[in-house]
Design a protein. Structure first.
Length: 355
């Protein structure tokens, strides 16, 4: 089965690899499911979540679409690279309604990538050759032979050399952003952490939480409607077996495709509101302890949820969370520095967009 390697290269998301490039979730006493693909925190660390201008979601796209989507200081941004990002953005969106947004968002990401690459060149920042080889090999390894790999790249409008170049570009940008983030002092004082804690009390109240198990059957990326319905039918069959008395945990171990929880009989870490996919959360919070849900569809596939326990709200004391608060403050300071850099580069650049 062909699949897109999302970590590097093909996303061409114009930002960075590494924790310094993503927004962090405020530290709370509720622990997010460590490997559950039901979580709503699906943004890749390979994209910058801030620093991009708002895009026009309403105006229809030009027809036909231009081969060049934008120019950045005279350099062309090919539409074909934007379309690779568009396919990813539309996987969990309305493919018709959100099409203008997806194209314009993709172009803005690529513009940012070009500006950051230009800055990296000016600073003489470059990607580590070993990391480029590692990233390339990680993307290549899931294809059975070179013919399958080159065929997949051709479907994306890329050659092997072009893909490797994109990996190098993205890692070069990542190195620049690591350098920029490192300019923020790493030390966060106890006073800063205490001030944050006192100013944001609701962040440290978990709210009522749920302890649950689930079985996940994944829907492959790009699946046809028939393939999707086949997965749904498998989930319905498992639900029927559970209702006839078969052990939920045993079936989860055998059939669940959530690698983070399957080995534990489908058991998830406790979760509260806002931590899971909305459809998953709605179904879980509607259950009483001991009840099982119907088949629930999320962007990751089809779930069967077994509610184990309702947990009362907890308040996390400062000392128990101080270190996490400091890390949260540091990461956000670094993010703000990166967004300030992007804003500065955009302000002095010549940018033309054609979508």
């Amino acid at each position: 089965m062909r699949r897109v390697h999302r970590g590097l290269g093909l996303a061409l998301a114009a930002a960075a690899v590494g924790a310094c490039s993503k927004k962090t979730t405020p530290p709370t006493p509720a622990t997010s499911p460590s490997a559950s693909h039901a979580t709503s925190q699906s943004a890749s660390p390979a994209t910058i979540s801030g620093g991009l201008p708002a895009v026009d979601r309403v105006t229809p796209l030009p027809h036909p679409l231009p081969e060049v989507a934008a120019r950045v200081n005279g350099r062309e941004v090919p539409l074909k690279y934007a379309e690779i990002i568009v396919r990813r953005l539309l996987e969990k969106a309305d493919k018709e309604k959100d099409r203008p947004w997806a194209y314009r968002q993709a172009v803005q990401q690529l513009i940012t990538r070009e500006l950051l690459l230009e800055e990296a060149v000016a600073r003489k920042v470059s990607a580590d050759d070993k990391k480029v080889d590692q990233a390339y090999n990680e993307a290549r390894v899931s294809y059975k032979d070179e013919a399958a790999w080159t065929s997949f790249l051709a479907d994306q409008g890329l050659t092997v050399d072009a893909f490797r170049s994109e990996v190098r570009t993205q890692l070069t940008v990542a190195a620049l952003l690591d350098q920029e983030a490192a300019r923020v002092p790493a030390a966060v004082s106890d006073q800063d952490a205490s001030t944050f804690y006192q100013s944001n009390p609701s962040m440290f109240d978990s709210g009522e939480r749920r302890r649950a198990s689930h079985i996940l059957l994944r829907v492959p990326s790009g699946a046809t409607q028939a393939q999707k319905e086949a997965v749904r039918a498998r989930a319905q069959t498992l639900l029927a077996r559970i209702r006839k008395g078969e052990d939920f945990a045993k079936l989860a171990k055998e059939f669940s495709e959530d690698t983070g929880s399957a080995g534990k009989g489908g058991r998830l870490e406790p979760f509260g509101h806002g931590q899971m996919d909305p459809a998953f959360e709605k179904a879980a919070f509607a259950l009483k302890p001991g009840e099982r849900s119907e088949v629930v569809e999320s962007p990751f596939g089809f779930h069967i949820i077994h509610l184990l326990e309702v947990l009362p709200s907890q308040h996390l004391e400062f000392e128990a969370t101080k270190d996490k608060i400091k890390q949260y403050i540091l990461v956000n300071r670094r993010q703000q520095r990166i967004e300030a850099l992007i804003a500065t580069l955009r302000a002095k650049a010549s940018v033309e967009t054609y979508l």
